[in-house]
Design a protein around this ligand. Structure first.
Ligand code: ZN
Ligand code: ZN
Length: 232
């Protein structure tokens, strides 16, 4: 092997593909490849935030699929609403892998890097279930590429050795409620902004008298205002 190609090989192997694609690698700090932390990202990783009942079961007790789903639904709602109050959430996923590096990981994606940076700082001051929250900017940009497709159809044979995300999604009705609730909240904020902009229009009395254009403008503004109030 020539010096040049060896250098090329080393270059290829410098960054850890698991860390950059999945946001976590089973070797953690001891990984022989580099975990290159992003300096800005739209994605946050809240490591081990979800208390996965599959990991915390006592010896004789196995949660039924329904119990697992209910636990996840409650958790998901709680965290989504909390995050959505801080900033509009683009998407959020929860891992239930039964290994240390992916277990209970929550990944949340926002619409801008600035939003993610702000929420990241806030979260690191907070506690959840009696434990400090660990939030970090994550390099993961595509949740679809990071998820284990076999797990989705209950056919992943790698079990805890699997390095891809084993996701449990909230029930469709819950997700629907959360999405609609968030849409409403951020739409009404946009309406507030629009109203504020409309309020900056000069009041009708300042318009020259007898000007036909001015009177039609006034009508238009009044109509817009009444439409806006109906939308609320
Ligand atoms: Zn690694
Ligand atoms: Zn898997």
């Amino acid at each position: 092997m020539s010096y040049t190609s060896r250098r090329y090989d080393q270059g290829e192997s410098i960054s850890c593909a698991f860390y950059s694609k999945i946001g976590a690698c089973r070797h953690g700090e001891k990984c022989s490849k580099k975990h290159i932390k992003p300096t800005s990202s739209r994605t946050l990783l809240l490591a081990n935030l979800y208390q996965n009942p599959k990991m915390n079961k006592s010896e004789n007790e196995d949660s039924s699929p329904q119990q697992l789903q209910e636990t996840l639904d409650l958790f998901y709602q709680d965290v989504f609403v909390h995050l959505s109050r801080k900033c509009e959430v683009a998407s959020m996923i929860v891992c239930e892998n039964e290994n240390n590096h992916l277990n209970g990981n929550v990944y949340v994606r926002f619409y801008s890097e600035n939003d993610a940076a702000r929420v990241n700082q806030e979260l690191n001051q907070e506690w959840f279930n009696g434990k400090p929250v660990h939030s970090d900017l994550s390099p993961v940009s595509n949740f679809d590429e990071a998820r284990c497709r076999a797990y989705d159809t209950d056919t992943c044979e790698r079990g805890e050795m699997c390095n891809y995300m084993h996701l449990r999604e909230p029930s469709a009705s819950i997700m629907d409620k959360l999405t609609k609730g968030q849409e409403k909240k951020y739409l009404s904020r946009q309406l507030e902004k629009l109203k504020a902009q409309l309020a900056e229009f000069p009041p009708p009395s300042e318009k020259p008298n007898g000007d036909d254009d001015a009177s039609s403008n006034t009508t238009a503004t009044t109509t817009t205002n009444s439409l806006l109030s109906q939308l609320e």
